[in-house]
Design a protein around this ligand. Structure first.
Ligand SMILES: [Zn+2]
Length: 172
């Protein structure tokens, strides 16, 4: 397998816009010193570009860990992140938030594998509420995540901005 060399460029327009925006941001940013989420919260949600997680949930910088992937599903990598959130950074509440009009809804693994050429379990979603319950059940049974006291399951409506409170779990 050959690997392409990394080419250093200073004129990619997209990246240039990001750097310009950062100049303005760095000059005016709010500084949060603690890495521990102030609300002891981790939010697991979809990567969908329509979801402004902080605005949707009234969160501010420093309040929460936000872990995003396609579908907002429970994956090995989410478990890896939550192991660190809970054991090192004080997180005891997890919100799993899926959303309407999700690209993974109604899809099938075999089609996604064929189209992408990537041999993953893509965790497509048949029914949001059922998928949330399945993920929250697995999360609540994960032994190393015993510091988690509360798990919520929400569905965010990308058309109205309204969140539907589907599941709430508490450790007894
Ligand atoms: Zn989505």
């Amino acid at each position: 397998m050959t690997s392409k060399q990394v080419v250093v460029t200073d004129h990619d327009e997209q990246l240039g816009r990001l750097l310009e925006a950062n100049d303005r941001y760095a000059a005016a940013r709010a500084n949060v010193t603690s890495a521990r989420p102030g609300r002891r919260l981790a939010v697991v949600t979809c990567m969908d570009a329509r979801i402004d997680v902080f605005a949707v949930l009234g969160l501010h910088l420093g309040d929460a860990h936000v872990i995003r992937n396609a579908g907002g599903r429970l994956t090995e990598d989410v478990l890896r992140s939550l192991a660190l959130s809970t054991h090192f950074l004080g997180v005891d509440t997890v919100l799993m938030m899926q959303h309407t009009k999700c690209g993974l809804a109604g899809m099938h693994d075999e089609d996604l594998r064929r189209i992408t050429g990537a041999d993953f379990g893509f965790l497509p979603i048949d029914d949001h509420a059922a998928a949330l319950r399945e993920d929250i059940d697995a999360l609540s049974r994960t032994a190393f995540l015993h510091p988690i006291k509360v798990i919520g399951g929400f569905i965010y409506d990308v058309e109205t901005g309204v969140v539907d409170d589907v599941v709430q779990w508490q450790r007894t």
